[in-house]
Write a protein that binds this ligand. Structure first.
Ligand code: QAP
Ligand code: CO
Length: 176
C-alpha cells in the first residue's frame, strides 16, 4: 500500500524515532509499504517517520546500472549507528518531505555503520558516494532533522521564500 508522506512543516517530522525491538510482520509491512511509497514518488530514500511511523527504520534504493530500483537490491536499515566517518563532501540534496526544493549540503565523505536487517540480523556497511550521502540524510530523519536545517542563513532564507511562494500557488493556482 502507498502511504501518505508527511511534508514540512508537519510537526511529526521533528520527532525522534525509537529503536525497533520486534522484527515482526508489522515491521515487514511497513518496509514493503515504504518501498512502494518511495517508488510512487520517484525517491531514492525514505525514513519511517516520513510515513508517520516514529521507528528507527529507513530504506535506500539507489538506481542500478540499468537505472532500475529493484526490491532485491533495496537496502533496509534498522537501528543504525555510525561507527566511523571521514572527510567532507557536498551534494545537492532533496527530500520527499520537502518537495520541489534542492540545495547543497555538506556531509561526511565516507562512513561505516552497523545496523540490523528486517529479521534482526546485524551488519556492517562501508559507504561512499551517493549511498553515503543518502544514509546520512535518512539517519538525520531518525533524529527529527531535515536537510534544510543544515543550510546557511542565506540559503535557509531562500528556502523559506520558495516555500511561501509554493504555498501561495497551491492556494491560488490560477492567478499567481
Ligand atoms: C534523500 O531524497 C537523498 O523534491 C532521498 O519533488 C537526498 O529521494 C538521498 C524527491 C540526496 C541522496 C541524496 C524530491 C522526489 C526525492 C523532490 C529523495 C521531489 C520528488 C528525494
Ligand atoms: Co528526506
Amino acid at each position: 500500500m502507498i502511504r501518505t508522506i508527511l511534508e514540512y512543516p508537519h510537526p511529526t517530522l521533528k520527532q525522534r524515532s525509537t529503536d525497533v525491538t520486534t522484527f515482526d510482520e508489522t515491521l515487514h509491512t511497513l518496509l514493503d509499504d515504504m518501498f512502494e511509497t518511495m517508488l510512487a514518488h520517484n525517491g531514492i530514500g525514505l525514513a519511517a517517520i516520513q510515513v508517520a511511523q516514529p521507528v528507527r527504520a529507513l530504506i535506500i534504493g539507489i538506481p542500478n546500472q540499468a537505472d532500475e530500483q529493484l526490491k532485491n537490491e533495496l537496502l533496509e536499515i534498522i537501528n543504525p549507528t555510525v561507527v566511523a566517518k571521514e572527510g567532507t563532501t557536498t551534494y545537492q540534496e532533496g527530500c520527499l518531505s520537502v518537495p520541489g526544493f534542492y540545495e547543497d549540503v555538506e556531509r561526511s565523505d565516507t562512513i561505516t555503520i552497523t545496523y540490523q536487517d528486517r529479521h534482526g540480523s546485524s551488519h556492517t556497511l562501508n559507504a561512499e558516494g551517493l549511498l553515503c550521502v543518502a544514509i546520512q540524510h535518512e539517519m538525520d530523519h531518525l533524529n527529527g532533522k531535515l536537510f534544510i536545517e543544515h543550510l546557511s542563513y542565506g540559503k535557509r532564507k531562500k528556502f523559506e521564500k520558495e516555500l511561501k511562494k509554493s504555498l501561495r500557488e497551491k492556494k491560488n493556482p490560477k492567478t499567481d
